[in-house]
Ligand binder design. Sequence first.
Ligand SMILES: Cc1cc2nc3c(=O)[nH]c(=O)nc-3n(C[C@H](O)[C@H](O)[C@H](O)COP(=O)(O)O)c2cc1C
Length: 198
Amino acid sequence: MQKAAETNQPIHALLANRWSPRAFSSQPVETEKLLQLFEAARWSASGGNSQPWAFIVVTQNDREAFDHLVGTTMGFNTVWVQKAPVLVLTVAKPGRPGTPLGKFSHYDVGQAVAHLSIQASAMGLYVHQMGGFDAEKARTLFNLPAETEPMTLVAIGYYGNMEELPEELQARETLPRTRKPISEFVFGPSWNTPLQLP
Ligand SMILES: Cc1cc2nc3c(=O)[nH]c(=O)nc-3n(C[C@H](O)[C@H](O)[C@H](O)COP(=O)(O)O)c2cc1C
């Protein structure tokens, strides 16, 4: 299903066409395509090139781990996520061994996932990030070291059949995509003052 952004300025089609579906097909993602997604994440920028991210990848083939990971999700996520062929736990690590986790680790993980998402968009794959999961349960599940922080769960796969979603999720699937206007978040030289360009 196409849900291209209705943009006010022309942007690259890959960015406009990316969206976060819930109707995933259970068709497996080819290994080489999955590797391409992580290669895209790998080449993301990061503070001091510290690359403070880790990705725990669980496919439907790892049935037990997959079910356990689904068990960490909350609310509606538990319903739609079951079909996704691949789930990824994104994890922030300290920028340098022995240092505490800092804000740039969080920043950099998000940016790496953005890279991955756009690469997915270029390959006809879809990505849906989730904050609605129990991060501490996920930490225990995968024995994450104390100095790391589980950030998001990310579902990856091909688009499926919207009619297989419960009604309420079907309704959400077809909601128009909206964004705040640029004037609400792009400021001139003072806070909350929309940028004025000649
Ligand atoms: C950090 C983060 C957490 C999110 N958590 C959830 C979630 O728990 N469940 C969900 O269905 N979508 C979740 N989303 C998806 C957003 O709702 C979605 O990206 C947003 O509504 C914009 O829609 P679009 O990606 O289709 O443009 C999350 C996205 C991000 C980046």
